[in-house]
Design a protein around this ligand. Structure first.
Ligand code: F6R
Length: 331
């Protein structure tokens, strides 16, 4: 693997076409599936959750401990690109103590080594990338460890991403650059109205922070329609201008009605909303497309601001401090 995060993200469609190296079999085909990981690795796990829906219940665990109430039929797949993330290693240990069937996706590190030692199902993905630049590898890795009723059409996913890229980024002036202009000196607020777009919205906010080093918030309907939207009301003081980005289109009729009503009312209050979508009949491909647009937009914003797209200084210091057991600041 070579190049910076921009090149890695550019190779996402090819990553979707690469079968991971797996060993140790797969997880049980039934029961609730817990998906453990944080950051980019958890974002890859979100796609597994869409792939399994509605046939199988999933629960994403983005923290360092298992939920209080486990079920007898629970199993867990753990994703960590580096294989060294504290929280994910902790989940592996705890799941082992509780007797849950476990599987692991990583490019190496202690996570993969421990899984190999225990003979657990595991997928090793190519190393040498930033986790956020390896989402395609991680998605394939996770899907290979869990029996799915229908093999996802990875080539169609790759084709969709390439088509989207040429419409959004390569075209001049493509919608991605128009959105980047809209974002100048404004605070991004990402609106989403269903599970597919909520997964992508979470990734957009992470992308803005990790690539462009700017903050962003997610307004998730229906909850946000009961509180957050007031910050865009005509009487709101708006101490800093908002850039409202409406992500996706809810697939279910009731959620879509709420979505349309929210956008109409926002526009009645003078809020201009930038629509972003990547329609596709397959929910996971729709989600992957929405997420990829966020990757590209955040890279363009970062380039425009002249920031170092690669650097994760603060996050790495935090990880090092946690790994060294220094949870509180030195006195
Ligand atoms: C950095 C990135 C992060 C990591 C997170 C967890 O590129 O995407 O969000 O994913 O810090 O690290 P891993 O994925 O190695 O477990």
């Amino acid at each position: 693997m070579s190049g910076g995060v921009k090149d890695q993200i550019g190779r996402l469609p090819d990553q979707l076409l690469e079968s991971p190296r797996t060993e140790g079999g797969t997880l049980p085909p039934r029961g609730r599936l817990l998906i453990g990981g944080v950051g980019g690795s958890a974002a890859a796990g979100d796609i597994l959750s869409i792939l399994l829906s509605p046939e199988r219940e999933t629960l994403t665990v983005r923290e360092g401990s298992l939920p209080g109430h486990l079920r007898r039929d629970d199993s867990i797949v753990l994703l960590s690109y580096s294989g060294e993330t504290e929280e994910t290693l902790q989940l592996l240990r705890e799941a082992g103590e509780k007797g849950l069937p476990r599987a692991v996706v990583a490019s190496g590190g202690s996570l993969l080594a421990n899984a190999a030692r225990g003979g657990l199902p595991r997928a090793s993905v190519p190393a040498g990338s930033a986790p956020r630049g390896a989402l395609g590898f991680l998605r394939r890795g996770a899907a290979a460890l869990v029996p799915v009723s229908r093999e996802p059409d990875w080539s169609e996913g790759a084709r969709h991403l390439r088509t989207l890229r040429s419409g959004w980024v390569d075209a001049t002036p493509g919608p991605a650059r128009i959105l980047v202009d809209e974002l100048k000196n404004r605070f991004p607020v990402i609106l989403c109205g269903d599970v597919v777009s909520a997964f992508a919205a979470r990734r957009w906010a992470a992308d803005f922070a990790e690539n462009a080093k700017i903050p962003a918030v997610v307004w998730e309907l229906p909850e946000a329609a009961h509180n957050r939207v007031m910050a865009a009301a005509r009487e709101a003081p708006k101490p800093f201008p908002l850039a409202l980005i409406a992500l996706g289109t809810p697939r279910e009729a009731q959620a879509r009605r709420r979505w349309d009503a929210t956008l109409a009312v926002l526009s009645g209050h003078g809020a201009s909303v930038f629509r972003v979508d990547s329609p596709h009949p397959e929910p996971w491909i729709h989600a992957v497309g929405l997420t990829a647009i966020g990757d590209w937009v955040s890279l363009l914003v970062g380039e425009g601001l002249g920031v170092n797209l690669e650097s994760l200084s603060l996050m790495n210091e935090l990880k090092a401090r946690l790994a060294a057991g220094q949870e509180s600041p030195p006195r």
